[in-house]
Design a protein around this ligand. Structure first.
Ligand code: PMP
Length: 419
């Protein structure tokens, strides 16, 4: 069956024909293709067309699709049952592995998505501090919890007034522009006694990729310590991608709580939140902060996550970063030679190429980028078998599975694009 027919069927039974809004490809004035299978750096659609994939399930597949070690671990686990609703060794082993690689996560709890992880971390921060307010940054996305939808990034940014989110729920959400430490300081000066936490994407990935300015993360750390608030790093994108120890290792800053998702399931629905033992022990059944999940610590997902983290430890992050740096800047040059103004933000194996005259350091600058030019670029790349993020305000990822040939073929496709 072809994508057009499937999309028509999907639209009858699912809003917009999708289970997550960006997949509808509306920001690139296109319709989705339906995927039949994926392996390594490639996707194949239902009509047999092959794509070099730079979305990688929105980041987690740093090993590429269907890595043999991960697939093997999943097959083995499935043969032993798919859900127990009771403790199993896999969840202990994955938690131990995460603790080894991200030592600030002394204790953690597994959940099934990034959204659940941030929602639970916020409840814990409130329960632990006895305070209500949360500082979040404009354009940061922490999943679709009510409290975080205020001025969220990613596809949520265009929802006018976030219908369905009562004013009362977001009255505790204080906003600041990313990289604006003074704005955070002002919030603390005004309501420091009632700020439970500051949540931040240590490198923002949902208004395109935006790097923290020098001193920004350290400044947040200092303010939280000074006012007795918790610092939460949302490492759903950065965890195990910026380095094997995530953004906190790369920048040398220790949050009180960390949220993770995606990558720790190696393609399965997993998230987790964790941090200092003293804080985590406020969770039920040790403490009074409640959270639970039937599928939390699911044995198949745990096996997939553990195999992913083990395989990542064998990988050469520096080499991938060097290749991505060269690739992204060549891509940039190709577009500049075509007369386009491009701003490039990159770190490790993730980047965003903005159609922008000015550098992008926050949501205001990200929103000002030219979405029509990005759509034209996306469409022409897609037609040549290159799958980029279907919106200009998202990140593009490379994986350990991308070969030099894949990257060169992508650059060749970009050379053929016209505006
Ligand atoms: N936090 C961040 C930083 C994210 O990028 C995302 C999703 N892209 C989430 C949380 C939510 O994760 P999920 O989609 O698994 O609910």
């Amino acid at each position: 069956m072809d994508s057009k027919t499937l999309y028509a069927r999907a639209q009858r039974v699912m809003p917009g024909g999708v289970n997550s809004p960006l997949r509808a490809c509306r920001y690139v004035n296109s319709e989705p293709v339906f995927i039949e299978r994926a392996e390594g750096a490639y996707l194949w659609d239902v009509e047999g067309r092959k794509y070099i994939d730079y979305v990688l399930s929105w980041g987690p597949l740093l090993l590429g699709h269907c890595h043999p070690d991960v697939a093997e671990a999943v097959y083995m686990a499935v043969n032993k049952g798919t859900s127990y609703g009771a403790p199993c060794e896999g969840e202990v082993a994955l938690a131990e592995e995460i603790n080894k690689l991200v030592p600030s996560m002394e204790m953690m709890r597994m959940v099934s998505s990034g959204t659940e992880a941030t929602m639970s971390a916020l409840r814990l921060a409130r329960g632990y501090t006895g305070r209500n307010k949360v500082v979040k940054f404009v354009g940061n996305y922490h999943g679709h919890n009510d409290a975080f939808l205020a001025a969220a990034g990613s596809a949520a940014q265009i929802v006018p007034g976030t219908p369905g989110v009562p004013e009362g729920v977001i009255q505790y959400t204080l906003l600041a522009q990313y990289n604006d430490l003074e704005a955070v300081k002002a919030h603390f000066e005004q309501s420091g006694d009632d700020i439970a936490c500051v949540i931040v994407e240590p490198v923002a990935g949902n208004m395109g990729l935006v790097l923290p300015k020098d001193g920004f993360l350290q400044g947040l750390r200092d303010l939280c310590t000074q006012y007795g608030a918790l610092l939460i790093f949302d490492e759903v994108i950065t965890g195990f991608r910026l380095s094997i120890g995530g953004a906190q290792q790369r920048f040398g800053i220790t949050p009180d709580l960390t949220t993770m998702g995606k990558i720790i399931g190696g393609g399965f629905p997993v998230g987790c939140f964790g941090g200092k033992r003293e804080i985590m022990e406020h969770m039920a059944p040790c403490g009074g902060v409640f959270q639970a999940g039937t599928l939390s610590g699911n044995p198949v997902a745990m096996a997939s996550g553990l195999a992913t983290l083990k395989a990542l430890q064998q990988c050469d992050y520096d080499a991938l970063e060097a290749r991505t740096t060269k690739f992204a800047s060549e891509l940039c040059n190709i577009l500049r030679e075509k007369g386009q103004a491009i701003a490039l933000n990159r770190i490790a194996s993730v980047y965003t190429l903005y159609f922008s005259e000015v550098p992008v350091t926050n949501m205001i600058e990200s929103s000002a980028c030219n979405g029509d030019l990005y759509a034209a670029f996306w469409q022409q790349m897609h037609a040549q078998g290159v799958n980029l993020a279907p919106a200009g305000f998202e990140c593009t990822f490379t994986s350990f599975a991308h070969t030099d040939e894949d990257l060169e073929q992508t650059l060749e496709a970009a050379r053929k694009v016209s505006f």
